[in-house]
Design a binder for this molecule. Structure first.
Ligand SMILES: [Zn+2]
Length: 240
């Protein structure tokens, strides 16, 4: 695939205008919902107050940074696993990057590479079924809501395992939309998934990693409101 030079993160005058207006969202939202009984705290931007609805999920979104339940959970897990010193010694590969996590990785971690198959606002474009890095290149691979898309998900998991060092960690959450994983012969035209994960999808990680620890909303204080309405917000941490 030809790499097309594109805009970097947060570049361009329209982004600046967008961020300018987004700056008003949290105070305005807080003002009009001042008597709400439901107040929460965002672990990413430290906003405290009522949260916004997202689709059919009440209180899903932080009105200040805009992050949803799963990214807030990931942020708390990363914070607990990577204190400052450890973060400064950690080389990170971030697939399909979330902006708030990217900022944290870039600021606090030893080195950082972002990647995606299609997006242009990343350092590298590649297919995770064929990661263009040598064995044992990273300490942490973070890929959230990615592994449901590659045709050969086990090959992608194997590639992630291959580029990790001996004490490396992969954080690989997927949307848990069924009881049991459904593998499609062709991409589902509605959600574009090749694999529609259930909780048993995490067993595929156990084929490649020595341990898989699962974090969820119960792992942290309820003030962070990490529950996802109708699905489970779970974050598997896979150790080499
Ligand atoms: Zn926030």
């Amino acid at each position: 695939m030809k790499k097309i030079p594109g805009p970097r993160y947060n570049d361009g005058k329209y982004k600046k205008i967008e961020y300018f207006f987004k700056g008003f969202r949290a105070p305005f939202f807080k003002l009009i919902n001042f008597n709400s009984k439901y107040k929460f705290q965002c672990p990413i931007c430290n906003y405290q107050g009522p949260f916004m609805k997202k689709n059919n999920r009440p209180f899903a979104k932080c009105p200040k940074c805009g992050e949803l339940e799963r990214t807030r959970l990931a942020s708390l897990v990363l914070e607990s696993m990577y204190p400052d010193q450890k973060a400064s010694e950690t080389d990170v590969l971030h697939i399909s990057p979330e902006n708030s996590l990217r900022i944290n990785f870039q600021k606090n971690y030893k080195s950082y590479i972002s990647a995606d198959l299609h997006r242009k606002d990343v350092d590298q474009q590649f297919d995770i079924q064929k990661i263009p890095f040598l064995d044992e290149s990273f300490d942490l691979v973070f890929a959230s809501h990615v592994l449901e898309y590659p045709e050969d998900d086990r090959r992608a998991i194997g590639e992630i395992r291959r580029v990790l060092r001996k004490d490396g960690i992969a954080i690989l959450p997927v949307p848990l939309i069924h009881k049991k994983t459904k593998d499609n012969q062709a991409r589902n035209p509605k959600n574009r998934m090749m694999h529609e994960p259930g909780l048993d999808f995490f067993d595929r990680y156990r084929e490649f990693f020595s341990s898989v620890e699962i974090f969820g909303p119960e792992s942290f204080d309820s003030k962070f409101n990490l529950h996802e309405y109708e699905t489970s917000n779970l974050l598997p941490v896979c150790k080499v």
